[in-house]
Design a protein around this ligand. Structure first.
Ligand SMILES: C[S@@+](CC[C@H](N)C(=O)[O-])C[C@H]1O[C@@H](n2cnc3c(N)ncnc32)[C@H](O)[C@@H]1O
Length: 232
């Protein structure tokens, strides 16, 4: 069980209880299902994608981006680790009469698969994948399945980013740690308190290096919005 499973389950339960439609609504932001945070970026790259192509979105949450692409005629498989998210995603897709193949899966532990995708989409999942091993597994799963464009939106470190009490940012690794009463195997101790890895906020140039080292060519990058292809 991933240490962040419970955090995400609780987030989606709260979303359902409060009648909200997507992850960012939990943080006081106000989006409609149709106006999700990476929509502008996705629209800006639409003309680089194979029309009606096969899409895999991992970390789809309640599915706003997956539904957007399905409504544009793409054939979309969308996965998330959290069953509660997928239940909501299926409901929202049904209400909008769009067809998306949603399933519960861990993108860091996908079974070997031969299906190739014209587009692989990440709408703010990668920052939740913290350890080097998990990120390497994810990027290798993307590379294996990609025959087209990797469209990635992820949180990155910027000097104006504020880490509240209870969080510690390690500038060397880009790992943001969260204080915890129950230390996990990869928790660290700081000033007598335990912290476990919570998010990974790389600087944009470190994100680019990570992608290049994992076998991608970056076609364009604006902070955490990246368009890449598989190299070789
Ligand atoms: C910040 S939320 C974004 C959700 C959605 N893409 C959106 O824009 O509303 C990150 C999502 O990644 C999912 N996630 C985190 N780790 C995952 C993993 N290992 N496999 C699949 N999904 C994962 C979480 O459950 C969560 O739904």
């Amino acid at each position: 069980m991933r240490y962040y499973f419970a955090e995400h389950v609780e987030a989606y339960r709260r979303l359902a209880r409060e009648g909200l439609t997507q992850w960012n609504d939990l943080f006081g932001e106000s989006w409609t299902y149709e106006e999700f945070p990476n929509r502008a970026f996705l629209e800006s790259v639409l003309d680089r994608l194979v029309p009606g192509g096969a899409v895999l979105e991992y970390g789809c949450g309640t599915g706003p981006a997956a539904c957007f692409l399905a409504a544009q005629g793409f054939r979309v498989d969308a996965i998330d680790l959290i069953p509660e998210a997928i239940t909501l995603a299926r409901r929202f897709a049904r209400e909008r009469d769009v067809d998306v193949n949603f399933s519960v899966q861990d993108v860091c532990a996908l079974p070997p698969g031969t299906k190739q995708y014209d587009v692989i989409l990440d709408s703010y999942c990668l920052q939740s994948i913290v350890t080097d091993a998990d990120r390497a597994n994810l990027l290798s799963a993307v590379r294996e399945r990609l025959n087209g464009c990797y469209v990635l939106s992820t949180a990155v470190y910027t000097p104006d980013r504020v880490y509240e009490d209870g969080f510690h940012y390690d500038a060397g690794t880009g790992i943001c740690y969260q204080q915890t009463a129950v230390p996990t195997a990869d928790a660290i101790q700081l000033n007598g308190a335990w912290y476990h890895p919570h998010r990974r906020h790389l600087r944009p140039e470190a994100l680019r290096t990570e992608l290049e080292q994992a076998g991608f060519t970056v076609l364009s990058q604006d902070g955490g919005n990246v368009l890449a292809t598989r190299r070789g």
